[in-house]
Design a protein around this ligand. Structure first.
Ligand SMILES: *Cc1c(COP(=O)(O)O)cnc(C)c1O
Length: 391
């Protein structure tokens, strides 16, 4: 009898087998070879592959520095700390966002101030409401590029200039997206990316901070690894013999195995984003005449979306749960991006919330459809048919 567990005898329940999952990862020989090569090198944490990934990512985005970290949440946390956010400060962000941005603002001691979205055809933050939310205590704006569609960076940068604020781009959805010809993440003072398994550049876990501000880059490198002035890798190579500690840092380093996967994924990113765009166009065509659902408007001229999410907005009065249940019964997995942060108990309890009428009207009507580069034509048709039938 073999003691090795096989897939059949493992006690863990099998994951539901969707006909069309919400997202999926690619697994192939090139990726496996890169992973095995890193594994066999015997150097498993920050080393030459992390350095190569950082260099390639900085040049891809068009920033001077890229600092790899353990995940996108750590990227936001360190970016906010290095931007000087702390107790007494307010940081403005859209409530229609993943909760990590608000949590990390709180971790710095600052207060998150939630703003509305523009409209049901533009799910990025509202410029008018952003302006209304700025006070004398505001220090920074966390600008999410929702679904990979660039936020209105011209207006955001102008408000930041007028009020002396730091712009942190939450580019978790937007690797490869472009605002007026510039890559998202390189436009504000600092940009944050996530490489979680369902993102456009999936690595399991991982994150990146990009900036062209040398002082912020230096501070982030220190915060990433305990506030220590040298890395184990530098000492291993004989480039340093000791270290000093000049800040109270964390350990949110990236490992070599992930960086090896990341380098392969980065080489594929533009092509995979283009395929995502084709799939979104198929959804757009299929529902162009529908009075029951709409898709957010295409990006403005000169901008390019990374197409992280395929989101539809239901007409008011259509029960979202019923539609999602009907899709699930046909084997189609859906999601919601996002339950607004200001409505979670923790943030409701945290106090005064500004009125966010558009977010509150739209958020309960959003459904995220499956979207990943390896979706087949049959899978696209299956989603379209099932949604048409459910409406
Ligand atoms: C995924 C995501 C994060 C968090 O990234 P992790 O890598 O999962 O920590 C933060 N903000 C947004 C908008 C995200 O989509």
């Amino acid at each position: 009898m073999s003691a090795v567990q096989t897939r059949q005898d493992t006690a863990a329940p099998a994951a539901p087998t969707w006909v069309v999952p919400l997202s999926d990862v690619e697994i192939d020989d090139e990726m496996e070879a890169a992973l095995v090569e890193a594994f066999r090198s015997g150097w498993w944490s920050m080393g030459p592959r992390v350095a190569a990934f950082e260099e390639a990512f900085a040049s891809f985005v068009g920033a001077t520095s890229a600092i790899a970290v353990a995940n996108g949440t750590a990227a936001l946390h360190l970016a906010l700390l290095a931007s000087g956010c702390g107790p007494g400060d307010e940081v403005v962000l859209p409530s229609l966002n993943f909760v990590a941005a608000a949590n990390t603002i709180r971790h710095t001691g600052a207060t998150p101030v939630f703003v509305d979205i523009e409209s049901e055809s533009d799910l990025n933050l509202s410029i008018g409401d952003l302006e209304a939310a700025i006070t004398s205590r505001t220090r920074a704006i966390v600008a999410l590029h929702y679904g990979g569609a660039p936020a209105r960076m011209d207006a955001i940068l102008e408000l930041a200039r007028t009020h002396g604020l730091v712009v942190v781009e939450d580019a978790a959805h937007a690797p490869g997206a472009e605002w007026q010809g510039r890559r998202c993440g390189s436009i504000g003072k600092v940009g944050c990316f996530s490489f979680f398994s369902n993102k456009n550049l999936p690595m399991g876990e991982g994150g990146m901070i990009v900036t062209s501000d040398e002082e912020i880059a230096r501070r982030i490198r220190l915060l990433r690894s305990h506030g220590m002035t040298t890395l184990t890798w530098d000492r291993h190579r004989g480039h340093a013999h000791s270290y000093d500690v000049v800040d109270e840092g964390f350990n949110v380093r990236m490992d070599e195995l992930r960086a090896a996967i990341g380098l392969v994924q980065l080489g594929r990113l533009s092509e995979r984003n283009a395929r995502r765009g084709e799939i979104v166009e198929r959804y757009r065509d299929a529902f162009a005449g529908s009075d029951a659902v709409s898709l957010p408007a295409p990006t403005r001229a000169g901008d390019r979306s990374a197409h992280h999410l395929a989101v539809v907005v239901l007409r008011e009065g259509i029960p979202r749960d019923d539609v999602r249940t009907a899709l699930a019964s046909r084997g189609i997995q859906t999601s919601m991006h996002y339950p607004p942060i200001h409505q979670f108990s923790h943030y409701r309890a945290a106090g005064a919330v500004r009125p966010l009428p558009v977010t509150e009207s739209v958020a309960g009507r959003l459904i995220t459809l499956p979207l990943y580069p390896t979706m087949t034509d049959d899978q696209i048709i299956a989603v379209v048919d099932a949604l048409q039938e459910a409406l």
